[in-house]
Design a binder for this molecule. Structure first.
Ligand SMILES: [Zn+2]
Length: 315
């Protein structure tokens, strides 16, 4: 069943429509748990769209195993997706800064309020992001410290490599996930892959995780498959940020999720005109890269990567 969740008339004779698909077992309809898979809040992040497709495909293949409601929202920001824009193009606005919205407010506020109303009450929500076009992320779940106790057990079921518990910040209060979590609907933020691309390997990994989570919640029968147990970071000091000290072209030497020793070269920043190496980017710690620069052009200060310090992996 496909349903329009929110609708806004645009000045140019267009309609912004946000749709969802509901998959549920035939017959039994009482007291079913509900999982909501949400993606495309940022229009340039497409990894989650593959997850939506693949999850639905595998559910339908074994529909008799389904014992709950699966709501799939593949395109929260359809205008952004159509125009390869991160925000909502007509409003020049980051959609992940408009929640919880207001039913009586302007167009985007009422849009946000309608989305909140539709998703609220789910037993669990996954809000799938794909970094941006500059950085690639290993499949990970990010959790606000305020919701740590409730969300970490759910995150552990999702077959991701890493769970990053971060500090509360006022900037994040207008996000979809914050708004849901603060009103009693548990929402996990997944970050994986890179903007404007599909990394099928990561998508398939997360789909396995969603099935495992559904199994744990009693929404899916099917046989239990082993899942990864993620490294969990609780402490801001666990993560080390690498920033460029010169502008130029970044040429990486290492791969994602590779263990790196202190002093090892992660890559070089070069100048294609003079042929000079402007910076040898060396790892300041023993660790593992969970974020790495994808888009080669960097300015001074640009993020090159994020390392998880080795101590925490063996702790
Ligand atoms: Zn995003």
């Amino acid at each position: 069943m496909i349903k329009t969740v929110a609708e806004v008339l645009l000045p140019v004779d267009e309609v912004l429509r946000i749709k969802k698909r509901r998959i549920m077992p035939a017959g039994k309809k009482k007291n079913l748990k509900r999982i909501s898979i949400v993606t495309g809040i940022h229009g340039d992040e497409l990894e989650g769209q593959y997850v939506c497709f693949e999850l639905a495909r595998r559910i339908e293949e074994n529909i008799d195993n389904l014992e709950g409601i699966v709501d799939i929202y593949p395109a929260m920001n359809p205008l952004g997706i159509d125009s390869i824009t991160r925000g909502i193009p007509a409003f020049d606005l980051d959609m992940n800064r408009i929640f919880p919205g207001n039913a009586e407010g302007n167009m985007t506020e009422s849009l946000a309020a309608n989305i909140m109303e539709d998703v609220s009450g789910s037993d669990v929500v996954l809000d799938i992001h794909a970094s941006n076009i500059y950085l690639t992320e290993i499949p990970q779940i990010r959790i606000n410290r305020l919701n740590e106790d409730e969300l970490v057990p759910l995150a552990k079921e999702c077959n991701v490599d890493f769970v990053w518990i971060h500090e509360a910040s006022t900037v994040l209060e207008a996000t979809f996930a914050y708004s849901l979590n603060s009103t009693g609907t548990p929402c996990l933020v997944v970050e994986m892959g890179v903007g404007m691309r599909i990394t099928r390997e990561y998508g398939n990994q997360l789909v396995e995780g969603i099935f495992n989570l559904m199994r744990t919640l009693g929404m899916w029968k099917g046989k239990k498959q082993p899942v990864r147990s993620p490294i969990i970071s609780h402490n801001p000091d666990d993560v080390c940020f690498l920033n460029a000290t010169a502008g130029g072209l970044f040429i990486p030497d290492v791969k994602h999720w590779e263990v790196i020793n202190k002093g090892e070269r992660i890559g070089r920043i070069i100048d294609p005109l003079s042929g000079k190496v402007l910076e040898n980017v060396e790892s300041p710690v023993d660790g593992i890269l969970f974020t790495i620069r994808e888009y080669p052009i960097v300015d001074e200060g640009s993020l090159i990567g994020r390392l998880l310090k080795k101590e925490i992996m063996t702790a």
